[in-house]
Design a protein around this ligand. Structure first.
Ligand code: TXA
Ligand code: MG
Length: 344
């Protein structure tokens, strides 16, 4: 496994490109999270990706491109809205679902007749994609079920020995996976919230709505993106979200944490900068200021992984709103908690 620290290392890009063309796997940084890349147009490469991640093969992959024009080869039709969104948000943290062409093998799309496509906003990612033939299938580069990797060290911890190379270019700027919008149906639907918010998308797509399956625990109302139905982003310790007024939340978390300590367990507390001093016991990890949603989004996965490293037995998390970027934060946290929320 080779690590690249310098994005201008032409030799490393060439090597990464060769690995992909020979059917191998390369992890690479994007502005959202690290991806685990293989050739999107080769069935064997996609199968290898599923095996390396330990991921069910009915969960389709995102095809990463380095130029919006590349859409035309893999999607048909490409509706006007898709070009408009590409113009507004690419390169960037937005994935579009479109009807696929025959160029995209069913192994890449989990057997679906649609394909997920995105142009990442990261110079290393774009250079890698270009060296590797232009179409890189990549899920997040974590083991299936664990929090997505926001730095190369997370990738090494999860996938060392399972992949051929990592392009290391530091920490990811956004820290949460891309927003997914489905344009293959009559009306556009957000299948996964992210840094590009519902509010922003509504300005260009007034008819866009949220997939009702995202919030529901009803098994008949499953999220449409196959990956959103699994317990995911999850630290090893059980996570419980406590929601309500700030004062009640603090009181309840302290009561739960003190009980754990009395009974010989180590509690972890996920909170914001504003409340971090209100928790006297347990491993207290603030994710950022509540006033700075982007900071909270950026640190969430790293903090979830840190709880595991610190060996906590349970995690209690403060809740967040669903405004703007917090919709994505709340969605990932709820999934990490397996939908366990306590209102106080
Ligand atoms: O930010 C991101 O999107 C990162 C970076 C690496 O680009 N990638 C990422 O990939 O998060 P992954 O595989 O972890 O998540 C892709 C999600 C899954 O929930 C999958 O089910 C959904 O996209 N998806 C992919 N293709 C789809 C399709 N054709 N229809 C519906 N959902 C799809
Ligand atoms: Mg993932």
């Amino acid at each position: 496994m080779r690590l690249l620290h310098n994005e201008k290392d032409e030799e490393a890009f060439e090597k990464a490109g060769k690995i992909i063309k020979n059917g191998g796997l390369v992890a690479f940084p994007t502005e959202t999270v690290y991806g685990l890349g293989g050739d999107a147009l080769r069935p064997e490469s996609s199968l290898k990706i599923y095996a390396a991640k330990g991921r069910p093969s009915d969960n389709p992959l995102i095809v990463h491109i380095a130029d919006p024009e590349a859409l035309s080869l893999i999607a048909d039709p490409v509706p006007e809205e898709a070009w408009m969104l590409a113009e507004a948000f690419w390169p960037g943290p937005l994935t579009m679902i479109l009807k696929k062409t025959d160029k995209v093998p069913p192994e890449t799309t989990g057997g679906l007749d649609t394909v997920a496509i995105r142009e990442p906003d990261h110079p290393t990612a774009l250079s890698f994609i270009r060296h590797a033939g232009g179409y890189i299938a990549a899920p997040s580069a974590n083991l299936s079920g664990s929090p997505s990797p926001t730095e190369a060290l997370h990738v090494i911890r999860d996938l060392s020995g399972r992949i051929d190379m990592i392009l290391d270019d530091g920490k990811c700027r956004v820290g949460l996976e891309s927003t997914i919008v489905d344009l293959s149906t009559e009306r556009p639907v957000i299948l996964r919230p992210g840094r590009i918010t519902l509010e922003e998308l509504k300005k260009l797509l007034p008819g866009v709505s949220l997939d009702p399956g995202l919030k529901s625990e009803d098994p008949d109302l499953r999220p449409k993106a196959p990956g959103m139905k699994y317990r995911h982003y999850a630290p090893k310790a059980e996570l419980l979200i406590i929601r309500g007024s700030e004062q009640r939340v603090v009181e309840r978390i302290n009561a739960l944490a003190e009980k754990d300590v009395r009974e010989g367990r180590l509690p972890g507390i996920l909170c914001v900068e504003e409340t971090k001093n209100a928790y006297p016991s347990g491993v207290v990890l603030p994710v950022g200021s509540r006033q700075k949603g982007e900071e909270v989004a950026n640190r969430l996965f790293g903090v979830l992984r840190e709880f595991d490293e610190r060996g906590v037995d349970r995690i209690y998390s403060e809740g967040f709103s669903e405004e703007g970027i917090y919709l994505a934060v709340s969605n990932r946290l709820l999934k990490a908690a397996g939908h366990k929320e306590l209102w106080v």
